[in-house]
Write a protein that binds this ligand. Structure first.
Ligand code: HEC
Ligand code: HEC
Length: 281
């Protein structure tokens, strides 16, 4: 039993102590062959955790089962659609992704290192930025909406090429100031409930909050397919939802604040396998 001090506001929302539960100790093996690192020693920069867990360990057996076989994983429909889009000409330049890039396998390893700093501009970029830059600058096509099905399908297709590889985002050098900004956000208390990300995902993971088993809030499985919404959910959309739950005004998807937060949250999962596309409740 994993009984941690419950932050006051969370205690009000929490379920009785009897239903608190540790992350389970099932093994995450996909298609019977791809062994995922879903539990790992916490990266050195994490002062308050010894062990990091994939969000998969906090889900019910039924939800877990949907992620262990690609035939059952409802996200794969969107990934297949993105594979078609990859080959489809769009925009005034008359190009498809495939006109310039090799097969999508050529992106293997990229998601494990995202977000990263663009060496030319010094700006922190996430996958959605890289894709939209190609669409607008190189294809002369319209930018995709951040949380649209086209965009998140493509982010998932590219992420799938790194599935199983350990997350390894850089937090030093030019990334350092962004990482600091993201860290500060993670520990800032938002909204009427005055709750920070850490209050829920660091101090209270393992506890039940309403009907939800709180995880460590990792993003190694994003975009994830959420059963409740029946679609792929972007990282920034998840951040928005969590901040809104504290009854606070939130930042926009694609804002610099969420880019920095994404880098920091990704770095908390350094060492866990990329699980894209994961399935959640
Ligand atoms: C006209 C050629 C062209 C087209 C069309 C194009 N790209 Fe690119 N793309 C590039 C170039 C050039 C780069 C920068 C050099 C590099 O990293 O390969 C790039 C970079 C990228 C990167 C970043 C790679 C990295 O390692 O940082 C991603 C991801 C990407 N493109 C995805 C796409 C997707 C998805 C599409 C279709 C929606 C697309 N591109 C269409 C030429 C193109
Ligand atoms: C009031 C508590 C609460 C706060 C505060 C909160 N979250 Fe969450 N978060 C949840 C719950 C509940 C879920 C769904 C169950 C789970 O995966 O933990 C969740 C899920 C997530 C997930 C999805 C994890 C997965 O494996 O799919 C991420 C990522 C996340 N939160 C990040 C954040 C970030 C970043 C912040 C701060 C901006 C934050 N959360 C603040 C309650 C909270």
């Amino acid at each position: 039993m994993n009984f941690k001090a419950l932050t006051a506001a969370i205690a009000m929302m929490a379920m009785p102590a009897a239903v608190m539960a540790d992350p389970d100790d099932d093994k995450l093996i996909i298609n019977g062959e791809i062994e995922m690192i879903s539990v790992a020693k916490a990266p050195e920069h994490l002062e308050n955790l010894d062990t990091i867990y994939s969000g998969w360990h906090f889900r019910t057996d039924e939800t877990q089962a949907l992620q262990i076989d690609d035939f059952d994983n409802p996200a794969m429909i969107f990934v297949d659609q993105a594979a078609d889009v990859y080959e489809t000409v769009d925009g005034a330049a008359g190009k498809s992704c495939a006109s310039c890039h090799d097969g999508v396998e050529s992106f293997a390893g990229l998601t494990a290192q995202m977000p990263k700093v663009d060496p030319e501009t010094g700006k922190l970029v996430v996958m959605e930025d890289l894709i939209n830059e190609c669409r607008t600058e190189r294809m002369e096509a319209d930018a995709w909406k951040w949380s649209g099905a086209d965009m998140q399908g493509m982010v998932a297709l590219i992420g799938l090429q790194s599935r199983g590889m350990p997350m390894n985002v850089a937090i030093d050098g030019p990334a350092a100031p962004y990482w600091e900004q993201g860290k500060e956000m993670y520990y800032t208390r938002y909204g009427q409930l005055e709750l920070s990300c850490a209050n829920c995902h660091e101090e209270n993971y393992g506890n039940m909050i309403r009907a939800d088993h709180l995880s460590q809030g990792m993003i190694n499985g994003f975009p994830t397919y959420r059963l409740k919404q029946a679609k792929l959910i972007s990282r920034h959309n998840r951040f928005r939802g969590c901040i809104r739950d504290t009854r606070a005004e939130t930042f926009a998807e694609g804002s610099d604040e969420f880019r920095a937060l994404e880098l920091y949250v990704a770095s908390r999962g350094n060492g866990l396998s990329v699980e894209t596309p994961a399935v959640r409740q």
